[in-house]
Design a protein around this ligand. Structure first.
Ligand code: ZN
Length: 117
């Protein structure tokens, strides 16, 4: 009997460290059910596949993995801010590099604090 108790006591600290920490997976705010949601991720895969994982601007084949220069992004052909929609026909696959250039251009065309618009 004593042996078992000793065993249990040795197991205890290990069990405590196995407890999941809840703070890691706090949901991002403002992402709602469009971007970052399950539907958006499915849409991403769908459009990437449709476009053969190829950037529609520079025609290079990208990777669906994130964080690379060749990473693919799901892009709105007509920016939402300019009246674009979330329909498939307004979505295209572009690589991270082109996406960066496009957003840069768009931020020049549509400055956030423009006046008299
Ligand atoms: Zn590209």
């Amino acid at each position: 009997m004593e042996k078992i108790m000793a065993k249990l006591q040795r197991l205890k600290p290990r069990l405590q460290t196995l407890k999941p920490t809840h703070q890691i997976t706090s949901p991002k705010k403002n992402w709602g059910n469009s971007r970052g949601g399950r539907a958006w991720r499915r849409k991403r895969q769908q459009i990437f596949k449709r476009d053969n994982y190829t950037c529609q601007i520079c025609n290079r084949i990208g990777s669906p993995e994130k964080g690379k220069d060749s990473s693919l992004e799901l892009d709105h052909i007509i920016n939402i801010a300019s009246g674009g929609t979330e329909t498939d026909s307004n979505l295209q696959t572009i690589c991270h590099t082109c996406h960066k250039q496009k957003t840069q251009k768009e931020s020049q065309l549509f400055p956030k604090n423009r006046r008299g618009a």
